[in-house]
Design a protein around this ligand. Structure first.
Ligand code: TEU
Ligand code: CA
Length: 553
């Protein structure tokens, strides 16, 4: 495997709207980010991913871009962005941005021109299609609910949107549009970006016949992903994208790619893959409900462990995946993957240990490093996220009462990750002086950065240490992954191997103590990190509940 500049790096995702507000309008901004670069650097981060900061009407929190060349006023100016790039560079950190090119906003100039002339050249930047017998062209349900087809006013045509109706899909079959997107990507790379996180990219290839699929819900529609999964030919588009952009700059790219099968991994993240890496969402997908969040299954420890093990084993033959426990679309990892009894500082450290020391590029989501948790939502009106509100109504239509529909949203809502970063224990968590755009989790009194920075035993300092270890030890970057105790009811343990070096990670995920036999080869090894105060690691040992340790030899 050829070494790449990003192999040993660690990334941190910022959700700008909720990171830090510098001017009291209740919305996080670039100035806020700049002022916290030292904090991020202190954690040990090399790469910062910014969720979208482009000009946008914010129907889907900036994932609906109305100008790819402008910074959203809410966040600041292009000068401030340049300052952020320069300040990051000074600290030897790289910035990557979100690249949202499956769709744009209905306020983008291209779409306005398309609507103004539905037979003109701009209409072909999108998918404008005639309906069938007074119905939309096909029976697809968008990811955010309702039909994927919206009427084009004044015509008998519809336009396609896989997400909200304000996010029309871009027609990747159009070479002029493709070139404009490539130019835009290169413009940002020229500016000094290190790369991109690439949004919803599996959706760019459509079946141009737009066939119907069997209905899979009470609305008589069929999830639009069925068409995406059934169509071939995305590879050519992705290869074209890479060759015309990323490749020339040695950019680091991490794609949001769901539902790949093993046989495709090499094309995506192999030596000459379309991307540097893709996120491993396999654990997150365990809570996919058949019909929505209301029938989302609970995650069991054994299933979760097996899922992570399997993806580690599959991926290491090919390349690196990016490991996460949460992001801006997911509930907080502590609330999701830890049983209730373990949602404390020690349990949180244990979860971090398992995740950061896996093979792959760790992505830490803002607040994860201090152990932020899901908020308690008292009514559906407290949510802001378009997807959450849709899921609430899906649950109600399926017959759930208000309380149960709300409970489903509390558990799964994307807004759990979008409550403001908890900088201190004050009423507004040090996030803003004004009215925050979304509610602040009242547990900021107990969970906040200020108190953790002062406490060497805190989750923050534990993460800092985990991250430092990954930089010190090549084995954490390149070592082969080997699972241990795969049948055990309590323990998650794995080994990493690099030539003669060995690393052993052991965690007890249960509420009871658990026995573990330290392999003889770890005789005389060194303990690199532990969340409790164990001193002896030899023979048969008994781990306390949510105890974690890492041995190195
Ligand atoms: O997400 C794509 C995607 O597949 C998600 O919508 C996912 O299905 C959903 O969040 C599960 O709850 C990306 C972005 O990460 C997301 O924030 C955007 O809303 C979406 O694309 C549209 O751009
Ligand atoms: Ca602000």
């Amino acid at each position: 495997m050829t070494e790449k500049w990003w192999h040993d790096k660690i990334a941190y995702q910022i959700y700008p709207k909720s990171f830090l507000d510098s001017n009291g309008d209740g919305i996080g901004d670039l100035r806020g980010i700049i002022s916290k670069l030292d904090y991020i650097k202190a954690l040990g981060i090399d790469i910062i991913w910014l969720s979208p900061i482009y000009k946008s009407p914010f129907v889907d929190q900036g994932y609906d871009i109305s100008d790819y060349y402008a910074i959203a006023e809410e966040f600041g100016t292009m000068e401030e962005f340049d300052e952020l790039l320069a300040e990051a560079k000074k600290r030897n950190m790289h910035i990557i941005m979100d690249l949202v090119i499956n769709h744009c906003s209905d306020q983008h100039e291209w779409f306005r021109k398309a609507l103004a002339d539905p037979d003109g050249e701009y209409a072909d930047y999108f998918y404008f299609r005639e309906g069938k017998n007074g119905n939309p062209p096909s029976n697809y349900r968008s990811y955010f609910g309702g039909s994927c087809w919206e009427p084009v006013p004044g015509t008998d045509k519809y336009y396609l949107h896989m997400f909200a109706k304000e996010q029309p899909d871009l027609n990747w079959e159009n070479p002029i549009l493709r070139q404009k997107l490539f130019d835009m990507v290169n413009w940002w790379l020229e500016k000094g970006l290190a790369g991109f996180r690439i949004d919803a990219i599996m959706n760019i290839k459509k079946d141009l016949d737009f066939p119907d699929f069997g209905p899979d819900g009470p609305d008589g529609l069929s999830g639009c992903w069925r068409m995406i999964e059934s169509v071939d030919g995305i590879g050519e588009l992705l290869d074209d994208l890479k060759k015309n952009t990323f490749e020339k700059y040695e950019a680091f790219t991490v794609a949001e790619a769901f539902n790949l099968n093993k046989s495709e991994l090499n094309k995506f993240i192999g030596e000459n893959g379309y991307f540097s890496t893709i996120f491993d969402f396999s654990a997150q997908c365990l809570s996919d409900g058949k019909h929505g969040w209301y029938d989302s299954p609970d995650i069991t420890f054994k299933k979760w462990r097996e899922t992570i093990i399997n993806s580690q084993l599959d991926v290491q033959k090919v390349g690196f995946e990016a490991n996460i426990i949460e992001n801006h679309d997911e509930p907080r990892g502590v609330s999701r993957f830890l049983p209730e009894y373990a949602r404390n500082a020690d349990g949180t450290k244990m979860l971090g240990t398992i995740s950061v020391l896996l093979r792959g590029i760790p992505f830490i989501y803002q607040g994860q490093e201090i152990g932020m948790q899901n908020a308690i939502w008292k009514s559906v009106d407290e949510f802001n996220d378009i997807n959450t509100i849709d899921q609430y109504y899906i649950a109600r239509k399926a017959g759930l009462n208000n309380k149960d529909a709300l409970a489903a949203c509390c558990k799964m809502s994307r807004d759990n990750a979008r409550t403001p970063m908890q900088w201190d224990g004050s009423e507004k968590a040090g996030f803003t002086d004004g009215e925050p755009w979304i509610k602040i989790n009242p547990n900021c009194k107990e969970i906040n950065a200020a108190s953790q920075l002062d406490d060497l035993d805190s989750i923050f300092h534990y993460y800092q240490k985990l991250i430092a270890l990954r930089k010190e030890k090549d084995i954490i970057v390149y070592g082969e992954f080997e699972p241990l105790c795969r049948e055990d009811d309590q323990i998650f343990a794995y080994m990493r191997k690099l030539d003669e070096e060995r690393l052993l990670t052991v965690c007890n995920f249960s509420e009871q103590s658990a026995e573990f036999e330290v392999p003889a080869e770890f005789e005389g090894s060194q303990c690199l990190i532990t969340n409790l105060d164990r001193k002896v690691f030899k023979g048969k040992i008994v781990l306390k509940p949510y105890e974690a340790f890492v041995l190195y030899k």
